[in-house]
Design a protein around this ligand. Sequence first.
Ligand code: FES
Ligand SMILES: [Fe+2]
Length: 417
Amino acid sequence: MIDPTRVRAALAERQDNFSLPQPFYTDEAFHRLDLDAVFNDEWLFACNSCELREPGDYLTLEIGATSVLVLRDMDGEIRAFFNTCRHRGSRICLEEKGHAHRLTCPYHQWVYDLDGALLHARQMPAGFEREGYGLRAVHVEIVCGMVYICLAATPPDITRFRDAVTPYLAPHQPWRTKVAASVTMIEEANWKLVIENNRECYHCAANHPELLATLVEFALPDDPAGSRDFRLLMEAQAAKWDRHGLPHLPADGGDEFRCIRLPFHRGAVSFTPDGSPACGKLLGELTDPDLGSVRMFRVPNNWNHFLADHIIHFRILPLSATRTVLRTTWLVHEDAVEGVDYDVDTLTSVWNATNAQDARLAANNQLGVGSLGYAPGPYAPSEFMLRNFTNWYARKLASHLDGAHGQRSIALKVSNG
Ligand code: FES
Ligand SMILES: [Fe+2]
């Protein structure tokens, strides 16, 4: 375990509105602290509920050394469990995705129901009480079809987030979708550099030609850096969204989340190379393909775009101090037909190119931050979201050190069926 004095010293050294001191980005002991203080304590985006369409569908994800199993049970409810057998601890589901009506541990074949109850434990003696050996449950919350999980025994309140983002997301009916494509890539960078890179578009003009063909690089409706043309576009689109009853002004997410609807460039309606729709069948009951995109971000591991014709979820999980896994998932209406309503290459090419460019930028950032020559540098005004993020992060670590969350390191709730 990391010496708290070291962490407090690094936090004290941190300057507001500057990038973080080096060890936060490079040191494996700080990485383990991030797992404890942030990833084992916060709500994490796992997947869209449509990825678990049928009872028995499951997926797994790794939060540090902890594998979590997310599944749909026979009653249609989405549940999550530690993917660790209650016999001697083997990992149970070894694949990233699968389908099973019972969960059988590969080691000695203990069998669990999808509600976590232990059904069979062969050769165990008479009197063995299976009830005490159900899978340990992980908290689950579904927000407009997005599955969030939390490993903490007592999770942080998610109500404010849910209430704030639902009016923006619900018109897109993210729960009535299907996965059109999913890409997983490893970024050679600390997870915070991946988030910081994502939270600003200061780098976009020089690095993202495909993205900027359609995306407006300004982050606020009244962005001081915005051009006159942007303001006129914003006014016209905002009036239209008001007529549709679609919220668009920034939600009050503090440092924890952000939700806002912003337009595409004039004439563009979607993240395609020429701005034309990516999917002919619009989401939910939407009838207007030109709704801009709801950009929703939530600490620590998720950002998204909700368009009229598709949704993109981005999920990151840290692998080490200097490596992060990014999973990007493109969703279209559940009844959309590939080859008729959409083409996967057209749907994914802009963000595949953008992700590859961002991965290079973040890796270069990591290399420079690891140098003897690195010193924290000042954020530009357009990097205000990095200030929000690093302030949130510093508070999270400080409160962890103060013990506010120390007691809720893992959930010990046991499922008895
Ligand atoms: S460790 Fe799972 S059955 Fe033995
Ligand atoms: Fe980028």
